[in-house]
Design a binder for this molecule. Sequence first.
Ligand code: ZN
Length: 141
Amino acid sequence: MSLEDLYSDIILDYARNPQFQGEIPDATIKEDGKNLSCGDEITLYLKIENNIVKEAKFSGHGCIVSQSSAALLCETIEGKTLEDTRKILDEVEKMAQGEEFNEDLIGNVAIYSEISKFPVRVKCFTLAWHTLENSIEDFEE
Ligand code: ZN
């Protein structure tokens, strides 16, 4: 399997989709994340009301994998409770490590089901998710 196989059209569409790009001025959480090995940088913005992610956006720059993964993250967690968001995080982490995961829980993120076969790209993929994990921990403190 080559890297070209990983970069399917749907992944390119997510990387280019402006829907989830930008800032949320009155965000409840703003969290920066960096992947030094590739130079990917994102800032994740979450608006949380009554323990529900009302809105999720990101800004930053980086490779196709990091950008599309961030867009997928925003799409997947919008409208979810923090509890469900944590469950999604767990499943995505399993997928990134090549373990069995619950595909039903993670929606379109499953287009990256082969990511664990590309060790160099796993950090690009998990950047947004680790940033999300940190942001939830900060929020709960
Ligand atoms: Zn990258």
